[in-house]
Ligand binder design. Structure first.
Ligand SMILES: Cc1ncc(COP(=O)(O)O)c(CN[C@](O)(C(=O)O)[C@@H](O)C(=O)O)c1O
Length: 401
């Protein structure tokens, strides 16, 4: 008998498995609102013009393919930390941030989880209920215990702020609090600036360690600075904390796997030690990261013209999603005679809308309407065109009544 008998079939991934099912569907009405990947009005993947411009420059320059250092491309690490905190920020000036290039957001989260497992034995991570589908797997596989803090309130289809604060208060002192910097996934519901202040207060009070996941900087509101406000608030307070970054969405570099883990420390010496241990973890995991995406980011962020062009394209993408969000809302209101309040669609921010549809209703969306979405009721508006809003509204109304 084969010794591989014990290797059973793994379940399809709750998010990426939806794309697999979508590809297998032959119905031309099919709509992929599963994975959080931007599509144009023609529902095609989008490579930013500024990315093509940077790549042409890189090709002309004839860069070589030598290994990067374990910590990644130095120009990228510098640029990514400055983008997050602002170039003039004290944590940058005083060299208190340990930044290493990661395999996009996922790989950066995983490196951070490995550091927690190694240097914070017994510490647990508090994650929002609900949260991005891969967070639990990342911490489980890194053998880091986690528990949930209340976040989504199905009654108001809004934030259960009191519950969130209470659960963070109740957590053992020195817990890691995983926070979505902006554009919460899957709910699209973000704390208000005032609520962020209160969150910072309670985290500081309990000596917790904030752990930001910033996968949508600039993509949520269209403004890089606005979307970094929550992270910068915590940096203002002189807190030590983690920030994972991703350029999958805001620069459209999905498959280039480019991101970073930043650890804000209380001294430059601590940052040097932390960086050395992140390198120690990375080397046996993947040795050193891919260069192409890092060079694109470093070139775009390092050139004033391209940086401006990037900001304009990001505002275009964020703008298209906002327009589609409004059109979906208008279609639902005009078609639905039940008087249901759909305003939550407009209050949500970023790529996603949390529809409140349950699993059976989501199944109906797929089986009857060929609309592919995650089973927690999330739809990615980035995959929706103006032309398809009416159809989607019909599907949602049919599925929830
Ligand atoms: C909050 C959050 N954090 C990290 C990531 C990781 O992204 P990457 O590794 O590409 O940098 C995502 C992407 N999440 C998805 O957009 C999604 O939820 O559909 C999708 O890309 C995914 O991988 O699931 C995310 O939404």
């Amino acid at each position: 008998p084969s010794r591989f008998e014990g290797i059973t079939m793994a379940p399809p991934d709750p998010i990426l498995g939806v794309s697999e099912a979508f590809k297998a569907d032959t119905n031309e009405l099919k709509l992929n609102l599963g994975v959080g990947a931007y599509r144009t009005e023609e529902l095609q993947p989008y490579v930013l013009n500024v990315v093509k411009k940077a790549e042409n420059l890189m090709l002309e320059r004839g860069d070589n393919k030598e290994y990067l250092p374990i910590e990644g491309l130095a120009a990228f690490n510098k640029a990514t930390a400055e983008l997050l905190f602002g170039a003039g920020h004290p944590v940058i000036k005083e060299q208190k941030v340990a930044t290493i290039q990661g395999l996009s957001g996922t790989g950066s989260l995983r490196l951070a989880a490995a550091l927690i497992e190694r240097y914070f034995p017994g510490a647990k991570v508090l994650i929002s209920a609900p949260t991005w589908g891969n967070h639990k797997n990342i911490f489980n596989d890194a053998k880091v215990p986690w528990s949930e803090y209340r976040y989504y309130d199905p009654k108001t289809i809004g934030l259960d702020f009191e519950g969130m604060i209470e659960d963070i208060k109740e957590a053992p002192e020195g817990s890691f609090i995983l926070l979505h910097g902006c554009a919460h996934n899957p709910t699209g519901i973000d704390p208000t600036p005032e609520q962020w202040v209160k969150i910072a207060d309670v985290v500081q009070e309990k000596n917790h360690i904030p752990f930001f996941d910033v996968a949508y900087q600039g993509f949520a509101s269209g403004s890089l600075d606005e979307d970094a406000a929550s992270v910068r608030l915590f940096a203002e307070r002189g807190m030590e904390f983690f920030v994972a970054q991703s350029y999958s969405k805001n620069l459209g570099l999905y498959a280039e796997r480019i991101g970073a883990i930043n650890v804000v420390c209380s001294s430059a010496d601590a940052a040097t030690r932390v960086k050395s241990q992140l390198k120690r973890i990375a080397r046996p995991m993947y040795s050193n990261p891919p260069v192409h995406g890092a060079r694109i980011v470093a070139n775009v962020l390092g050139d004033a013209t391209m940086f401006g062009e990037w900001k304009a394209e990001m505002e275009m993408m964020a703008g298209r999603i906002k327009t589609v969000r409004q059109r979906l809302y208008d279609s639902l209101v005009s078609k639905d005679k039940s008087g249901k309040d759909w305003s939550f669609i407009l209050k949500q921010i970023g790529m996603f809308s949390f529809t409140g549809l349950n699993k059976a209703q989501s199944d109906n969306m797929t089986n009857k309407w060929h609309v592919y979405m995650t089973k927690d009721g999330r739809i990615s508006l980035a995959g929706l065109s103006m032309a398809k809003c009416e159809y989607l509204a019909d599907a949602i109304i049919d599925s929830c009544h």
